[in-house]
Design a protein around this ligand. Sequence first.
Ligand code: ZN
Length: 262
Amino acid sequence: MSSEQSVAKFAARRPDWELPQLQLEQLQLHPFDALRQATSRQPCPKCHKSRFLYCYDCAVPFTAIPSLQLPFQLSIITHHAELASKNTGVMAAILCPQQVQLHSIDQMPACDPAQCAVMFPSDDALLPDQLNLQQLQRVVILDSKWAKAKELNEHPALQGMARVKLPGCPKSCFWRFHTSGVTDEGMCSIEALHLLLRALAERLPDPSQRSPHHFDNLLWYFAFQHQLRTGTTRVSLSDTGSFEEGMPSRTDPETHVPSHIG
Ligand SMILES: [Zn+2]
């Protein structure tokens, strides 16, 4: 499907909705050349499934990618019923393979709860500027539908950890939220992580990470795919597969990170 057809289909489904503009001019992104040059799906070297740009099951990129280091380990808690293809957390796992783990709530790595923070907008959640960054070793993101995220938040594996929420009510630019308008409830993992890091950047212990744009490349895949969705950029696939294969889909149930109590 061409990007124009995709956008037309969105519009037919939800005529009252517009995909929020991603403020690309406010991001400093690695050039998209490698992504633009990927013109066909290809078999993943690990699982041999046909994918575009990367394999979301194996977290394997098919092109050169920008190099990026997070200031902490990151657990993205996924629910097994929610498909990997729908989870933007896999983008973080591909871009920062040494620091990002996607796993279920039962697979939490051993860690001191006092050195962990869960992104969750509870009443007692801290704001980013209240986090002790000297201590912070691990951040946990609950990538799940809202009801499930509330349930996960109560899980014993997360007891004793601080909660942190993003200030305000940031809006998602994720195309997939289109179908049910859950933009008012939350955002996807990669957007939430980027906003958290932007809020923390100037206080990070490593001076080389303190630029407000240091972590923009977390949105490298996201911004490219957003451009495909909005028709701002194009790719011509040489086979009949659509670019949507291998990308989070707009048509399936959403998972997201609650950004505020809705
Ligand atoms: Zn694979």
